[in-house]
Write a protein that binds this ligand. Sequence first.
Ligand SMILES: O=C([O-])CC(=O)C(=O)O
Ligand SMILES: [Mg+2]
Length: 287
Amino acid sequence: MDWTDRRKRFRAVLAGARCVHPGSVFDPLSARIAEDLGFEVGMFAGSVASLAVLGAPDLIVLTLSEFADQAYRINRAGKLPLLVDADHGYGNALNVKRTVEELETAGVAALTIEDTVLPRPYGEDKPALVPIDEGIGKMKAALAGRQDPHLVVVGRTSALAVTSVEDTIARARAYEAAGVDAMFLVGARTRAQVEAISGAIRIPLILGGVGPELTDLDWLAAHDVRISLQGHQPIMAAVQAVHDTLKALRAGTPPAKLANIASSDLMKRVTRDADYARWTKEFLGVG
Ligand SMILES: O=C([O-])CC(=O)C(=O)O
Ligand SMILES: [Mg+2]
């Protein structure tokens, strides 16, 4: 597969002048839907991976292999440049390097490595960050694991939510100096926070879990934010739709009377039916 083209398109978003919302995707069909609707980039979050693969909450019990397998299934289904949340890189800096190797092979366009202490240690009820030097080591290991120079390595910190703006700036500067391509900030609440951080570094920002002051895409774009997450509603909508459909069927609703069932046109589109029809004719001599 040619993964480089989608990595170049992801880099063009980072280098551009706009701020976009990614499509939150979790499997091949959802990725194709996001691509067909024109999303510039897709996002495959750790929480969503835990839901889709394990049916579990976001407690980092998923393994790297499970995450990379699902990322590969998403990537091979289309050409959407995919940003993935690689959590803390599944261990220490050596695990981070391995994580980048596996996710690059799985075709991701970009990945985040965060400096949160994960999984949650015994007896800890609040999130904590690894020391900044350990974070730097993890960013360096991530960059050392990259083979395709077009792959985007993003440093991620929750320091805004856990420590302070000053600590966030110190971490962002240190990870920028280590060579990451962008910084992903969790928990930004105010414009003042984003101004302070974007003014302290040269690399672009990606925001997750923002407050209501930070929803204007033009303002975000003017402050070097290139991607802003909106949450992961698509998988929640899918859960609700499956629930409602099974509930209605269980209650005796005739299949023809169900609401919100994909049309056969939509099913053909998301399964790339025309391609398979062509291949069936060409390779099986039928149709
Ligand atoms: O991606 C986000 O919005 C936050 C996150 O880490 C996840 O959902 O796993
Ligand atoms: Mg996550």
